[in-house]
Ligand binder design. Structure first.
Ligand code: THU
Length: 132
């Protein structure tokens, strides 16, 4: 097993499951995400594309906004799964959102079948970030 802890593997599987719901009718690039809170809740998300492309929302942001909108702000980890050969690399906008909404989170990045996994902390993903 590539992932050393049970909870990380479970979260990774939730992200892969969430990917099935991706509404990626324009790019066909499906992404799933799963957020774990300190008290053990999981919120999932997938990318949702809109024909006016700039309105598209990434999987990471859907999952984080779901957690926040339900009152959960203490984010322990987020797993993100692409359908890619290599682990997915979150976009710049999501990195900014992660820094603000989930600064302590462990970020678990997965490829299509969990055969490759990368782990980062949020600060590593966005050095010299904009802060108000
Ligand atoms: N996408 C995500 O959902 N997360 C990422 O980390 C990278 C990109 C989505 C946005 C769009 O629906 C599609 O992938 C192609 O860019």
């Amino acid at each position: 097993m590539l992932i050393e802890s049970d909870w990380k593997e479970k979260l990774a599987k939730e992200a892969i499951r969430a990917r099935e719901n991706a509404y990626a009718v324009y790019s066909r690039f499906k992404v799933g995400a799963a957020v774990l809170t300190d008290d053990g809740r999981v919120f999932t998300g997938c990318n949702i594309e809109i024909s006016s492309y700039g309105l598209t929302v990434c999987a990471e942001r859907v999952a984080l906004f779901k957690a926040y909108s339900e009152g959960y702000r203490d984010i322990k980890a987020i797993a993100v799964a692409g359908e890619t050969q290599q682990p997915i690399s979150p976009c710049g906008a999501c990195r900014q959102v992660l820094l603000e909404l989930a600064p302590r989170a462990e970020v678990i990045l997965l490829n299509k079948d969990m055969s490759q996994i990368l782990m980062y902390n949020v600060e590593d993903l966005l050095p010299y970030a904009f802060k108000l």
